[in-house]
Design a protein around this ligand. Structure first.
Ligand SMILES: [Zn+2]
Length: 324
């Protein structure tokens, strides 16, 4: 009998659903609007309908589902598959999302996990982490998410919120982070913080080619900062260097924490390409200790936009495998 896996990636705007075969190759996928304000029952119905459509098109039924993986924003009670308070989804407080989805899909076994951990697992199992056992993963977007794989398993922590790597403190008297701490790496090196540091420099009257988009739009984006740095603007270069220094420091700290073989960066900001990666590597080599030579690789993620559904399906397969 054909074994299939369902991967579900719940985002603030859209929910992606993927149907996978047993080696976790994508067979088909769909995307539905989240519309979280409609409440859990409606959203779960929409997810289940999307999954059923994919199965029907493949001439399969729920009995062919081996496992269902679900990635959601945190925090949550992951072992029990219950959401807490999500900033953008207030109606989902205390929702037993995992069991609600499972009930609509033939009561097949399901796993619910933090979206950054799901993406981390996807890259580890199917992307940039292939053939290694120890990996650290970062997403560079509006914030910074993280995941850690050690000896082939995700590190989840005592209360299942480990690897919140964006909130590693670099400077205890530094910039205020949205989490309430000061000096988190997220307060310097996320796409939002990179843009915010540039906007502050421009408000302080520093001379820069960024002044043109700044006066036109009232602010600049992290993409504009990288673009103007590539064109040689000194202020933009300084901001980009600050982002790279913060990320390189984090990489050194992670090296000394779990000793990954690879550190993988993903998320919207990796569109900056080698302008970002080469700087992180340069500062990493400058900052790292000298008492031992390191072979750690720092690289970009490879899975792209389907990371969430690939990771969810792959993690469900792993967690529900007989020898786990
Ligand atoms: Zn923080």
């Amino acid at each position: 009998m054909t074994k299939t896996y369902i991967g579900i990636d719940i985002g603030g705007t859209n929910i992606k659903v993927g149907l996978f075969d047993s080696p976790i190759s994508l067979l088909s996928k769909a995307s539905v609007p989240t519309q979280a304000d409609m409440g859990p029952a409606v959203v779960v119905e929409r997810i289940a309908n999307a999954a059923m459509d994919l199965l029907t098109q493949a001439k399969l039924g729920t009995e062919q589902i081996e496992a269902i993986g679900i990635g959601t924003p945190g925090p949550a009670d992951y072992p029990n598959g219950v959401l807490f308070r999500l900033a953008n989804m207030p109606k989902f407080e205390n929702t037993p999302l995992r069991d609600m989805i499972s009930a609509k899909l033939g009561n097949r076994p399901a796993v619910l996990e933090n979206d950054a951990n799901v993406a981390c697992w996807g890259e580890f199992a199917m992307g940039a982490g292939k053939e290694i056992e120890d990996m650290v993963f970062f997403t560079l977007g509006t914030g910074i998410g993280g995941g850690i794989v050690s000896r082939g398993e995700l590190i989840t922590g005592a209360d299942y919120n480990a690897a919140e790597l964006g909130h590693v403190i670099l400077y205890p008297d530094g910039r205020l982070c949205g989490c309430g701490q000061k000096g988190c790496v997220e307060a310097y090196a996320s796409a939002n913080s990179t843009a915010a540091r540039a906007n502050e420099a421009l408000q302080n009257g520093e001379k820069s080619s960024l002044y043109q988009p700044f006066t036109k739009n009232g602010e600049v984006t992290s993409k504009e900062v990288f673009d103007h740095a590539a064109n040689g603007d000194a202020v933009a270069i300084d901001i980009v260097e600050g982002t790279a220094k913060a990320l390189a420091t984090l990489c050194v700290n992670m090296l000394h924490t779990t000793e990954p073989a690879r550190i993988v960066f993903s998320g919207g900001m990796i569109a900056a390409g080698d302008a970002l990666l080469s700087r992180i590597k340069r500062y990493f080599n400058e900052y790292v200790w000298t008492i031992k030579s390191e072979t750690i690789e720092i690289c970009f993620a490879t899975l792209g936009e389907d990371t969430g559904i690939i990771g969810a399906a792959s993690l469900a397969k792993h967690m529900l495998s007989e020898n786990h």
